[in-house]
Design a protein around this ligand. Structure first.
Ligand code: ZN
Length: 255
């Protein structure tokens, strides 16, 4: 088993011409139909296809928090899996405020989809907003959450483990540097951390690097990147944690 991380998007809500909003997937070549998608603040299934996976490979959708750049693509996600002929249910997993927002985006389109036949059932899976809550337990993945510091918005980071591989992937999601992400990412092979820049509930690249160093991870990938030149931010991060890279749009990484 070779788990892989796909960076479906690496931008902040507004970013560069080649970066869309931050969205992730994890997959396993040995069982492509167990692909998990994290967030849908854009056309997440097109991005998944661009990374070589099929729409029907999606086993579940994990949503982190209510912000538009993480949830607003949900109605399109549903339209696509319906047109693709999916009949099995789609699990949608997250903390209550994130699921409530996703549900509102879907309900907003009720006049459009109420006549559609055979829409895949949505299995809402709500998890407590607390450290260690299990967001996904179906093989080969175990995904646990931890609350992070995203200003006034309830949000979680994710820790992803694969049943047949030693590696651990951690994702900070949108947050200021915080000890909960240090705990979440302890010993991880890859930490995907936001580097939106200064601001309430966000991190600079150097702040992300401090979290990576404290957690003792092998590698740091920066996402949720703002527009413009990021060479200074990357240099500052590498001074703190040398094995840092900017997340590559549509990049695939083993872990
Ligand atoms: Zn956010």
């Amino acid at each position: 088993a070779m788990p892989a991380l796909h960076l479906l998007g690496t931008g902040a809500a507004i970013s560069d011409a080649h970066r869309t909003t931050t969205m992730l997937a994890v997959s396993d070549d040995a069982s492509p139909s167990n692909t998990l998608v994290v967030d849908c603040g854009g056309d997440v299934l097109q991005r998944l296809q661009a990374c070589g996976r099929a729409i029907d490979d999606v086993d579940g959708l994990l949503v982190t928090h209510a912000h538009m750049d993480h949830t607003s693509g949900f109605p399109l996600f549903m339209e696509k899996i319906w047109l693709d002929g999916r009949d099995r249910p789609i699990p949608v997993c997250g903390i209550e405020p994130a699921l409530a927002q996703v549900r509102r985006t879907w309900d907003a389109f009720a006049p459009v989809h109420e006549g559609w036949e055979d829409i895949p059932p949505i299995n809402w899976h709500k998890v407590p907003h607390e450290q260690g809550a299990r967001l996904w337990t179906q093989a080969p993945w175990t995904v646990t959450v931890t609350p992070v510091d995203h200003g006034d918005t309830a949000n979680v980071g994710l820790r992803v483990e694969h049943a047949d591989a030693d590696g651990v992937l951690a994702y900070s999601c949108d947050t200021a540097p915080t000890s909960s992400v240090v705990d979440l990412a302890e010993g991880a092979d890859v930490l995907v951390h936001e580097a939106n820049g200064v601001g309430d509930g966000h991190s600079t690249a150097a702040g992300a690097a401090e979290v990576a160093a404290e957690a003792g991870v092998d590698r740091l990938l920066l996402v949720h990147l703002p527009p413009g030149d990021k060479s200074n931010a990357l240099r500052e991060a590498r001074q703190v944690f040398p094995h840092t890279d900017l997340g590559e749009e549509l990049g695939t990484y083993g872990w």
